[in-house]
Write a protein that binds this ligand. Structure first.
Ligand SMILES: CC(C)(COP(=O)(O)OP(=O)(O)OC[C@H]1O[C@@H](n2cnc3c(N)ncnc32)[C@H](O)[C@@H]1OP(=O)(O)O)[C@@H](O)C(=O)NCCC(=O)NCCS
Length: 182
């Protein structure tokens, strides 16, 4: 069974429950959210916005799913850019209770395959806070390589923070070209 699938409006109640239950767990790794985000109505608005972007070819918004089909998190390709770039940004979160079993690693593997095989992209970029070792391990297990450190790159938890940039290109033979050594 795939470890991710396209999000639907029917996912709003479960996602609202997950973001509420994981509010403290996710807060250090995410932008600040308004209180509405933690409600079913807020999740529905967010899903509809994501599906509208998807319809325009600008994103691939998915949910992470467990072996029994239950929704356990989100995994998204955002900012799909075509032309000479053929690139997108990867983002994800997994409910704390579902962690440590390889579900995020599998979901990243599956959305990566979709990005290259179905969407025809050339490259994915994923940015982590410098101290987000679990996320860096998910990326490393999927073949992403570190390409640099960007100072004050993302406003996470209300503060502009440094990020480690990672990329994966569709042809593994190209992966090492210019990549920063660890
Ligand atoms: C980042 C995040 C997704 C990582 O979650 P995770 O549970 O460590 O990742 P996985 O689900 O892939 O599980 C991997 C762990 O399960 C273990 N594992 C157990 N069974 C496994 C299996 N069958 N396959 C793969 N890994 C398995 C792995 O060894 C690994 O542990 P390790 O890194 O200590 O070696 C999660 O911590 C999270 O959502 N954090 C908050 C939000 C966030 O940081 N998002 C990313 C922003 S850049």
């Amino acid at each position: 069974m795939p470890a991710c699938r396209l999000i639907t409006p029917d996912d709003a109640p479960v996602l609202a429950g997950l973001v509420r239950a994981n509010r403290d767990f996710l807060a250090p790794w995410e932008p600040l959210h308004r209180d509405e985000y933690f409600t079913e109505a807020g999740q529905l608005v967010s899903i509809q916005a994501a599906l509208s972007e998807h319809a325009q070819g600008r994103s691939l918004p998915c949910v992470m799913i467990d072996a029994d089909g239950s929704v356990v998190g989100r995994v998204n390709l955002n900012n799909i850019v075509r032309g000479a770039f053929q690139s997108a940004s990867l983002g994800y979160w997994l409910a704390s209770a579902a962690g440590g079993r390889g579900l995020a690693t599998a979901a990243v593997r599956d959305i990566t395959r979709l990005a290259f095989a179905e969407l025809g992209l050339h490259r994915l970029q994923a940015d982590t806070l410098v101290h987000n070792v679990p996320s860096q391990r998910v990326l490393a297990r999927n073949g992403f390589v570190r390409i640099g450190l960007a100072p004050r790159y993302l406003k996470i938890a209300g503060r502009w923070q440094d990020c480690v940039l990672h990329q994966l290109v569709s042809d593994p033979a190209e992966q090492g070209n210019g990549a920063e050594r660890r």
